[in-house]
Design a protein around this ligand. Structure first.
Ligand code: COA
Length: 174
C-alpha cells in the first residue's frame, strides 16, 4: 500500500531532498534562476517534505514575515502531480502555521497557474497580478475560520498589510 507522509524537515538529508525537488520543478521545469530559487531565507524557514514510500515528492516552506506567515516554494515532482500530495503538504503546513503562528495571517505569492489548487484549499486571491522571476503571480491569503482568530491577527496592530488585504479581512470581521 502506498503511504504518504508529511514531515517538518529536521536533518540535512531531508533538506537536500526538498532542494532537489525545487531544482527540478522551479529551475529545470520553470526556468527560475538557481540563485533566485535558493535564497537567504533557507535557514530561517521551516521546510516540509512529503514522501511516498520513503521518496521525497512534494515540498514547501514557510516563515514569519511581519504580520504574515508566508508560504513559499510549494512543489510536487511533475510525474507525481494530481495524486493528492500537494493537498497533504498544504494541510500539514497549515496545521503547523496555526499552532506556531496563530496570530500571523497565512499569505503567499501564488503562480496564477496554481490558483485553482489553492482556492480548493480555502485560499483567496487579493489585488492585482504581478511578475516574480518572470512568472505571473497573485497575492493569496487564508482567512482564519474563527472570528476570535481574525480579531487577534497582528495585522490590526501593524502597518505592513496592503489595503486590499485589510479590506478583505474587514468583510469577515465581526
Ligand atoms: C501546484 C502543485 C503544487 C499542486 O500539487 P499536486 O500534488 O498536483 O496537487 P494535488 O494532487 O494534491 O491537488 C489537490 C487538488 O487541487 C487540484 N489541482 C491541482 N493542481 C491544480 C491547478 N494547477 N489548478 C487547479 N486545480 C489544481 C487537483 O485536481 C485536486 O483536486 P481534487 O481534490 O478535487 O481532486 C503542482 O501542480 C506543482 O508543483 N506545480 C508546479 C510548481 C508550482 O507552480 N507551484 C506553485 C507555486 S505558487
Amino acid at each position: 500500500m502506498e503511504t504518504r507522509r508529511c514531515k517538518l524537515v529536521d536533518n540535512d538529508a531531508d533538506f537536500q531532498a526538498c532542494v532537489d525537488i525545487r531544482l527540478k520543478v522551479f529551475v529545470e521545469e520553470q526556468a527560475v534562476p538557481e540563485d533566485m530559487e535558493l535564497d537567504e531565507f533557507e535557514t530561517v524557514s521551516k521546510h516540509f517534505l512529503v514522501t511516498l514510500n520513503g521518496k521525497g515528492i512534494t515540498t514547501g516552506r514557510l516563515r514569519p514575515y511581519g504580520s504574515f506567515v508566508k508560504f513559499e516554494r510549494i512543489a510536487t515532482l511533475l510525474e507525481e502531480r494530481g495524486k493528492g500530495t500537494g493537498r497533504v503538504l498544504m494541510e500539514c503546513m497549515m496545521d503547523y502555521a496555526e499552532r506556531h503562528y496563530p496570530n500571523h495571517l497565512p499569505m503567499m505569492h501564488a503562480q496564477i497557474s496554481a490558483l485553482g489548487f489553492y482556492e480548493k484549499l480555502g485560499w483567496m486571491p487579493v489585488g492585482d497580478e504581478f511578475d516574480e522571476a518572470g512568472i505571473t503571480h497573485l497575492v493569496m491569503i487564508h482567512v482564519p475560520e474563527s472570528e476570535a482568530r481574525i480579531q487577534n491577527l497582528l495585522i490590526w496592530k501593524g502597518t505592513d498589510a496592503d489595503p486590499e488585504i485589510v479590506e478583505a479581512l474587514k468583510q469577515r470581521r465581526p
